[in-house]
Design a binder for this molecule. Structure first.
Ligand code: HEC
Ligand code: HEC
Ligand code: HEC
Ligand code: HEC
Ligand code: HEC
Ligand code: HEC
Length: 390
């Protein structure tokens, strides 16, 4: 890897007290072609994807802003950028992130030329504003899981194991087709199965791992964000590279990333700090069950690995969610109907998938530990469809 990293010393940089930047060769973006280019040949999959939340994660303000947000902005909405502390108005918002559970707002960050978040988020269920204080750039702390083809292009090696990300890029906002099927430029020309990642014929563990790349919570000290904090994602270890479905990301960063429940040495019931603090519920119930339900959101993979469904090779994420393209009517196949194909009617999601992973105030995502000793009542989960301003 080292051999490909060119150390560039900008003339006078050292004199000016600036840092040395290690950067890779320009990223080869042309392997990615974008979800729009799949449309003409896979109209049905395109349509179901377009209806799914994967395609709606990050949108231009006017395309995705919620009705309640616009109506309530003036009363007690966001006022300041989290990184720079500068004042912003509704008109300054460039992108909105999320909609089903909560919405966050992106504005310019003139310190990095990137984007930063505003100081409040909107809870889609309660319709209330909540404080939100993440002081990191959007690209360098959220980008990997909320875009497609994410890669670090330049980082500042002076920060040692916390080599700060200086410049990053991606092929498309949102979780596009190529996030799950891999780069598609070659396939678009060849139309061959060989040039695209397909779930058919893959082991259940391999299938789930594709989803697990984003549906997890980890801490990565190899690269820091532009603000110098440890990353919460797994960009490809080689600068300039990107994750592709089929890659075994669990083997990346053996010394640098904490992956609770994924790496055997990172126990689910250990005490972690920072963003990993309290990621699983560690009460008597968990000890009795021997499985630890998530206390925070986007940890479905880490919960699922603890279940018999996974351990005994019975299901993958895609067995229940598989028809992400499945039905014309529903954005993703109605996952809860899957239980009935193997269990009696007493196996309901209300009983076995309580809302435990907190995503906003008094709002939770459903547990994926599937344990027969489950008795938690669970908190409120999301209902209905978001109401957009448009
Ligand atoms: C010009 C038409 C065309 C375009 C554009 C195209 N595909 Fe395909 N795709 C095909 C054909 C034809 C097949 C079936 C190949 C076969 O059966 O050997 C296929 C097969 C696939 C499969 C595998 C299905 C299976 O049976 O295993 C996937 C996944 C896929 N395409 C995804 C994509 C994605 C993602 C894009 C956009 C990046 C895309 N395709 C763009 C024509 C196209
Ligand atoms: C979140 C991951 C994800 C995204 C995003 C995604 N797919 Fe898929 N796709 C899958 C899975 C999983 C399957 C296998 C379906 C199953 O298991 O029932 C699949 C199957 C397919 C197939 C093969 C048909 C089949 O039933 O095997 C094609 C073609 C395809 N997808 C194209 C696309 C296109 C085009 C897009 C974007 C418009 C897209 N996919 C976006 C996960 C995804
Ligand atoms: C590149 C990162 C990424 C990958 C890969 C990915 N997801 Fe997601 N997924 C997300 C994000 C981000 C959201 C939140 C979208 C939103 O609510 O706007 C999400 C949301 C979801 C949801 C909730 C949406 C709903 O309809 O309630 C399901 C279910 C889901 N993903 C399943 C899967 C499965 C199954 C796979 C693997 C086939 C997968 N995801 C792969 C990032 C990813
Ligand atoms: C390791 C991957 C990962 C990282 C890093 C990550 N997210 Fe997410 N995020 C997800 C997934 C997966 C979901 C959907 C599933 C869930 O929430 O349980 C999600 C959901 C969300 C939602 C709710 C979407 C909705 O429709 O309501 C918002 C908002 C969000 N993320 C914003 C962020 C922001 C802001 C950051 C950076 C500070 C970030 N995420 C970092 C994976 C990630
Ligand atoms: C493809 C068949 C299949 C589907 C679909 C399925 N299960 Fe299961 N499930 C099993 C099998 C088989 C076991 C027994 C695992 C064992 O003991 O090895 C099991 C076990 C369980 C257990 C008990 C685990 C334990 O602690 O012993 C729960 C709870 C459970 N499933 C809930 C669900 C729910 C809820 C759904 C739907 C969201 C679901 N299952 C969908 C096959 C399935
Ligand atoms: C046994 C079936 C089953 C398996 C396996 C499964 N899920 Fe789910 N998942 C569900 C059901 C059922 C729901 C709830 C849907 C609803 O509320 O109607 C759900 C909900 C979700 C949500 C949204 C959270 C919420 O509160 O609605 C995400 C994200 C998700 N699953 C991702 C995954 C990922 C990633 C995997 C693999 C690591 C996975 N699921 C494996 C059945 C399953």
């Amino acid at each position: 890897m080292k051999k490909h990293v060119v150390v560039t010393v900008v003339a006078g940089a050292l004199m000016l007290g600036m840092t040395v930047v290690a950067s890779a060769a320009k990223a080869p973006q042309k392997e990615y072609t974008g979800s729009e280019s799949c449309k003409k040949c896979h109209a049905e999959e395109y349509k179901t994807w377009k209806e799914s939340y994967h395609s709606k994660m990050v949108r231009k303000k006017d395309d995705g802003i919620l009705k309640g947000v616009v109506e309530k902005w003036a009363a007690d909405g966001p006022t300041k950028g989290n990184v720079t502390g500068k004042e912003f108005k509704l008109g300054d918002v460039e992108y909105v992130v999320g909609s089903k559970w909560k919405q966050r707002f992106l504005v310019k960050n003139d310190q990095t030329n990137g984007l930063q978040f505003l100081n409040k988020q909107y809870n889609s269920m309660s319709g209330k504003w909540e404080n939100y204080g993440n002081k990191n750039d959007w690209g360098t702390i959220c980008g990997t899981c909320h875009t497609t083809g994410y890669r670090i292009v330049e980082y500042d090696a002076k920060f040692g194991k916390h080599g700060r990300t200086v410049k990053d890029t991606f092929s498309e906002m949102n979780v596009g087709c190529e996030a799950c099927h891999g780069p598609g430029a070659k396939h678009v020309k060849s139309k061959s199965k060989k040039d695209i990642f397909t779930f058919a014929g893959k082991s259940k563990a391999e299938q789930s791992k594709v989803c697990g790349y984003c549906h997890n919570r980890i801490e990565n000290e190899k690269f820091a964000t532009a603000q110098g904090n440890p990353r919460e994602d797994l960009p490809a270890p080689k600068v300039g590279d990107t994750y592709k479905p089929g890659d075994d990301w669990t083997k990346w960063y053996p010394e640098h990333a904490v992956m609770p429940g994924i790496q055997p040495e990172d126990k689910v019931d250990a005490d972690y700090t920072g963003d990993l603090k309290g990621l699983f519920i560690k009460d008597e119930k968990s000890k009795e069950m021997g499985t630890y339900d998530a206390a925070k959101h986007h940890q479905q993979y880490q919960e699922f690995l603890q279940s018999k469904h996974y351990k005994n090779d019975i299901l993958s994420c895609t067995s229940c969610h598989g028809g992400l393209h499945g039905s014309k009517k529903a954005p993703a196949k109605d996952a809860k109907v899957s239980c009935a194909s193997c269990h009696d009617a007493s196996y309901t999601i209300e009983k076995y998938m309580p809302g435990t992973g907190k995503t906003a105030d008094n709002l939770f995502v459903r547990a994926h530990t599937f344990n027969k000793k489950q008795t938690r009542p669970g908190g409120p989960t999301a209902k209905g469809e978001p109401v957009y301003n448009k």
